[in-house]
Ligand binder design. Structure first.
Ligand SMILES: Cc1cc2nc3c(=O)[nH]c(=O)nc-3n(C[C@H](O)[C@H](O)[C@H](O)COP(=O)(O)OP(=O)(O)OC[C@H]3O[C@@H](n4cnc5c(N)ncnc54)[C@H](O)[C@@H]3O)c2cc1C
Length: 393
């Protein structure tokens, strides 16, 4: 008999999980509370790890169909002077497609693989025996229930799995801006660049020939900068040489305060947490979605390989959770550099940027992971390489 999975949440984690299980022959049903896919007008960093998962799920060409391959990542100060840079090689890829393309490719792949997505279906709780409960009073039984219901996950909280969630004191405004094809001929137009002035940051990421992704970040207490709609004059004064970007920023961007989530466990019985419900993190490594996709993929793989579902869940959690928590820590601490005085922060960026070993263990630790490789499953102690680092709390 076909095994069944009921999934709460039709975001990156829910759709990627659904597709991974559908590819294994399971009967999949995803419940999304909204009336359609939640399309944010923003780009999303997809590093090598996430790209490999999408490739294994057979949707990569669709996700990156008109996205430009990243080739260089830079950091510049308020005067536009370069102080750190990394090259992005074709063997260690980066794309920043539109989120919309990622979600619709996962959705289309899931439907084509025989999965079902029910819109306007809000889950409110789950029982460890494998029951998903809905706001309209209905229930669904399954071999496995996945709570991919995002950072505010009611399922996680009602199962008592949340240990803590903390604001990290940083705000981000995300938006897409138009760009001229001719800009691709200049290095500035082709390069991913983080521009810093004090604790304010403007990230410019080329997505397609005609669109770029811009993220403005600022810290708690900088009330002039952390609000929407943005104060254009303030951002022009902060980065005078970037008025060509700031002038194109539309009013309808999205603002978020970043948070960090830590759980007691990623599972209870037949209910598992995947994505931001389990591993919400600030976006400084561009890996929240990448971690969600890795977890989704490895969950389906681990259960498929195990004797039974609970053994598969246990193996998955043991392999994936410590690693993902490390990625969360790195992302948190890297983001906290924004609170340092400028000379100290510059020194920290330079120190990290000058050591390939340090970068491999921190900034690129998630991007370097390949959960689709056979070797990933032959490592008897997958977290023997867990990197020791100060705990956050
Ligand atoms: C500013 C910012 C920039 C980011 N940039 C990147 C990046 O460049 N690269 C990257 O990899 N990650 C990035 N991230 C992180 C990434 O967006 C998240 O990690 C990812 O979206 C998590 O996916 P998810 O499916 O777990 O949660 P969500 O995207 O929150 O999706 C949850 C879905 O579940 C639905 N839902 C919620 N509750 C219920 C319910 N009770 N019942 C049914 N449905 C429900 C929601 O409507 C939603 O559709 C960024 C995050 C932020 C805030």
């Amino acid at each position: 008999m076909r095994r069944t999975v009921e999934i709460a949440g039709g975001g990156i984690a829910g759709l990627a999980s659904g597709l991974a299980f559908a590819r294994k022959g399971w009967r999949v049903r995803v419940h999304e509370q909204d009336s359609g896919l939640r399309i944010l007008g923003a780009g999303i960093y997809l590093w090598e790890n996430g790209l490999r998962v999408l490739d294994a799920l057979e949707v990569l060409p669709c996700v990156i169909r008109d996205a430009l391959p990243g080739w260089r990542h830079e950091k510049r100060d308020r005067l536009g002077t370069l102080f750190a840079q990394s090259s992005i090689s074709p063997r260690f890829r980066l794309y920043v497609p539109l989120r919309e393309h990622l979600l619709s490719a996962l959705y289309d792949g899931l439907i084509a693989a025989g999965g079902e997505v029910v819109f306007g279906s809000r889950a409110i709780a789950a029982d460890p025996e494998g029951v998903l409960r809905f706001a309209d009073g209905g229930t669904a039984n399954a071999d496995l229930v996945i709570a991919a219901d995002g950072i505010n996950s009611p399922i996680r909280d009602r199962l008592g799995l949340l240990k803590w969630r903390h604001p990290v004191g940083q705000f981000g405004y995300r938006v897409m801006i138009p760009r001229a094809v001719a800009e691709l001929t200049s290095d500035v137009g082709r390069t991913h660049c983080e521009n810093w002035n004090g604790s304010r940051r403007l990230l410019y990421a080329p997505c397609t020939e005609t669109q770029a992704y811009v993220q403005l970040t600022s810290v708690r207490g900088d009330s002039a900068a952390n609000r929407t709609p943005i104060d254009r004059d303030l951002w022009r004064a902060t980065f005078p040489h970037l008025d060509w970007i700031i002038d194109r920023i539309p009013e309808h961007g999205r603002g978020d305060w970043f948070e960090l989530v830590r759980t007691r466990s990623w599972s209870k019985g037949r209910v598992v947490l995947v994505g931001d419900s389990a591993s919400g993190q600030p976006p400084f490594l561009g890996q929240g979605g990448g971690c969600a996709m890795m977890s989704a993929f490895t969950l389906a793989e681990a259960i498929d390989r195990a004797r039974d579902i609970t053994a598969g869940i246990a193996d998955w959690q043991q392999r994936e959770r410590p690693f993902t928590e490390w990625v969360q820590r790195v992302s948190h601490w890297y983001g906290q550099l924004a609170f340092l005085p400028v000379p100290l922060r510059l020194a920290a960026f330079r120190a990290i940027g000058s050591s390939e070993r340090l970068k491999a263990a921190t900034l690129f630790v998630a991007a370097r992971r390949d959960p689709t490789a056979a070797a990933h499953w032959h490592d008897p102690q997958p977290m023997a390489r867990a990197y020791d680092f100060p705990a956050i709390h």
